[in-house]
Design a protein around this ligand. Structure first.
Ligand SMILES: Cc1cc2nc3c(=O)[nH]c(=O)nc-3n(C[C@H](O)[C@H](O)[C@H](O)COP(=O)(O)O)c2cc1C
Length: 200
């Protein structure tokens, strides 16, 4: 049975545009794959703890303290969810030209040498392969074209992080100009839903 991993990273709860759209994506995917298992991670409402000096050895070293062992256990759990998934749906609002810290923190736990990528002579190699990723990017402004395009550190960054662990089949869905008023927000939702329907 297919498994869908859903990562929400907006901190705006039900008002979130990306949350509305990832919910729509999951409905579409579940219709196309009846009986699919859905794993939900709400990194906005329940963020994973940021790495500190007290826990970093849990993901980059040998865990010895309770905090380090807890970080290792969480990292193992998040990686297991990733491995189990056939499709990964990510809600990624643009925060300060990049991604929310909740999503960034998830990557800190998931990018682990020997688990999700390996070092080889030539270059690092991603170990999480054969999966599809749908990323919904909500943005206050317009970045996919025009003068602000050079300030888009969200999409290239996500492409790099995901690609680093082997996730290269990525569909990016844009919901832009959310800050331009209610009509612009509705138009962005409608066109993103259309793109999601096509993607499903
Ligand atoms: C902390 C924060 C930083 C933001 N930074 C940007 C930004 O750099 N560029 C932009 O266009 N919009 C920015 N926005 C607006 C959001 O991208 C926009 O409201 C989007 O709809 C948020 O996604 P969501 O509705 O899924 O939460 C920011 C919003 C917040 C809360």
């Amino acid at each position: 049975m297919p498994t869908i991993l859903v990562l929400n990273s907006s901190v705006s709860g039900d008002a979130s545009v990306s949350k509305i759209l990832i919910d729509e994506a999951v409905r579409n995917l579940s219709r196309a794959n009846p009986g699919a298992t859905v794993i939900q991670r709400d990194l906005g409402a329940n963020p994973v703890p940021h790495l500190t000096g007290a826990n970093v050895a849990g993901v980059r070293g040998e865990p010895k303290s309770d905090e380090e062992r807890a970080a290792r256990a969480l990292s193992d759990e998040l990686i297991a969810e990733l491995r189990a998934a056939d499709t990964i749906v990510i809600g990624a609002p643009m925060y300060n030209f990049s991604i929310p810290t909740g999503l960034r923190s998830w990557f800190d736990y998931v990018l682990r040498a020997g688990e999700t990528f390996s070092y080889s002579e030539a270059r690092p190699q991603g170990l999480i392969t054969g999966k599809r990723v749908i990323v919904v990017e909500s943005r206050g402004g317009l970045y996919s074209e025009g003068p602000a395009n050079v300030m888009d550190f969200q999409e290239p960054y996500l492409r790099t992080l995901l690609g680093f662990i082997g996730l290269t089949d990525i569909t990016f869905i844009h919901a832009e100009k959310i800050g331009f008023g209610p009509e612009a927000r509705e138009a962005a939702l409608a066109s993103a839903k259309q793109a999601l329907a096509t993607a499903a």
